[in-house]
Design a protein around this ligand. Structure first.
Ligand code: ADP
Length: 488
């Protein structure tokens, strides 16, 4: 029976699916199972009687002061190590990570040590992968100004990610509790945050919300808190995970942008009112001057000499010019206000413009070529005035003794329509190609070419209102092409 038991014991140990060997006091292998031998690519026979150093080259007895001596006189088996990682050496000299566990016990043949060796390659790989993932997470948290926490409601245990400590300026030592987070919540937001947490637990659903904190170094930050709630099979909340993003800078920018927009809106409104007022107030006395000089001119025409007649002519032309300037300025200041964009067929718009300019076109026998144009979303009447201004200019700045030919076409480039208005007129010097878009900027004296210098500034304002751009390419004495874009 005793023999049978021993044989069974030997059989079980030999075929154990774990790595097991037994050492005598001299660290010689007195038993080794099949599994252990093949882990190191040996046969059991090759290892019997060998020193453990053959498999674990760094193995030394009692090198770790925390480990009790193996050959102590304890009678009961006792663990001499809870597992430490070292390097194993296979028969082909390949090294691999192993974890050792040793238990000592006294037998009739003296003190023996059982050694269980686990191949830690997988463990090491998983560990390394975990470390890399943790490093990545930590980096991502740093870059996005995010930190996260976990709160186990069953044990009340709280953990914080590295970056949460940094965001909150909380020291790493000291026990973390639910209250630790709460202690940083800004005094004025505490009630709100407590209410939100209650709501989350009650509804078992994480609502994301913003609150302020006062960090360990006294800074006030705005936090965007979002997360997830975990429940058990009974539906009780057992765990919560929260991500805190520091959005102080974004909020600050948003705030500044809002204030800026409000100021801009106010200034625009003021400017609009100012321009409107000025235009109307200027028009009134101008109308009086114009009317009285007209009466004076008609009623006293006979008593005027040649110079007097010429002077009157100048007064009348100056007043009508000023009236035109005021009207253009009014148009300019009101451009795009109180209007909404609508789907517009540019072919119809150009048809209308052509009809409106029919007299001027016929007068100079101009040829207008309009290619197929798109249907776009725009401020229709403003766009009509853009085409009207550009075509009027093309007619006005024509070349002497040259039949004006004006071409209008459009093409889709990326996500914008690009319109072109091309003429064969006098052209524009390169140095002036951006200046002409400024208000009142003209390149010719009034007696040569009539105009107010507002037309192109108006066009630019309208195109910018559509988030587009306007520019000109020109060659003197050859012609100019005005381009503008309207994004889709
Ligand atoms: P206006 O036509 O009333 O003078 P604009 O603002 O429309 O004012 O144009 C500004 C200036 O740009 C014009 O005075 C002219 O010198 C120049 N310009 C505009 N369009 C053309 C063109 N098609 N060809 C040559 N010069 C032009």
């Amino acid at each position: 029976m005793d023999k049978l038991e021993k044989r069974i014991g030997h059989l079980v140990l030999s075929n154990l699916p774990n790595n097991l060997l037994i050492l005598n006091q001299d660290d010689e292998i007195v038993f080794i199972n099949q599994h252990m031998a093949s882990t190191f690519d040996y046969t059991t026979n090759e290892l019997m009687g060998q020193k453990l150093q053959m498999l674990i080259p760094t193995f030394r007895r009692n090198t770790n002061p925390e480990k009790p001596p193996v050959n102590s006189q304890n009678l009961k088996p006792y663990k001499i190590d809870g597992g430490f990682e070292t390097i194993g050496l296979r028969k082909n000299a390949e090294r691999f990570p192993v974890v050792l566990e040793m238990t000592s016990f006294d037998a009739d043949v003296g003190n023996l040590t059982s050694v269980v060796i686990m191949d830690a390659t997988m463990h090491r790989e998983v560990q390394e992968e975990l470390t890399t993932k943790n490093e990545l997470l930590s980096l991502a948290e740093q870059l996005t100004q995010v930190g996260h926490w976990q709160w186990d409601l069953t044990t009340n245990e709280v953990t914080w990610s590295e970056n949460l400590y940094t965001l909150f300026h909380q020291s790493r030592d000291g026990q973390l509790m639910y209250d630790t987070y709460f202690s940083y919540v800004h005094a004025e937001d505490k009630e709100y945050v407590a209410g939100q947490v209650e709501k989350i637990i009650r509804d078992k659903k994480f609502y994301d919300f913003f609150h302020r904190i006062k960090t360990g170094n006294g800074l006030v930050k705005i936090i965007h808190l979002s997360g997830k709630v975990f429940t058990d099979e009974k539906g009780e909340v057992i765990k919560m995970i929260g991500a805190c993003q520091d959005v102080t800078r974004q909020k600050d920018h948003e705030q500044k942008l809002e204030t800026f927009n409000q100021t801009l809106e106010l200034k625009n409104e003021e400017l609009k009112n100012f321009a409107h007022l000025v235009s109307h107030d200027l028009k009134e006395p101008l109308r009086t001057i114009s009317a009285f000089s007209q009466i004076l001119f008609t009623e006293h025409f006979d008593s005027l000499d040649k110079e007097g007649g010429e002077l009157f002519g100048l007064i009348l032309s100056a007043t009508s010019r000023m009236k035109q300037q005021i009207d253009d300025l009014l148009n300019y200041s009101l451009a795009g206000t109180k209007r909404t964009q609508k789907l517009t067929d540019c072919n119809v718009v150009l048809d209308d413009v052509r009809k409106d300019l029919a007299l001027a076109i016929d007068e100079v026998a101009a040829e207008i070529v309009i290619e197929e144009l798109p249907v776009i979303q725009c401020y229709e009447s403003e766009l009509r005035l853009v085409f009207q201004n550009l075509i009027s200019n093309a007619l006005k700045f024509r070349r002497h003794k040259t039949k004006p030919i004006i071409k209008i076409y459009a093409s889709l480039i990326d996500d914008s329509w690009k319109f072109s208005v091309q003429d064969n007129g006098i052209g524009i010097p390169l140095k002036d190609s951006t200046k002409i878009f400024q208000l009142f900027r003209r390149l010719h004296p009034y007696h040569e070419y009539k105009g107010t210098g507002i037309g192109l500034a108006y066009c630019q304002k309208i195109i910018e209102l559509h988030q587009g751009k306007i520019w000109v390419k020109s060659e003197q004495n050859k012609g100019s092409t005005f381009y503008f874009t309207i994004p889709l």
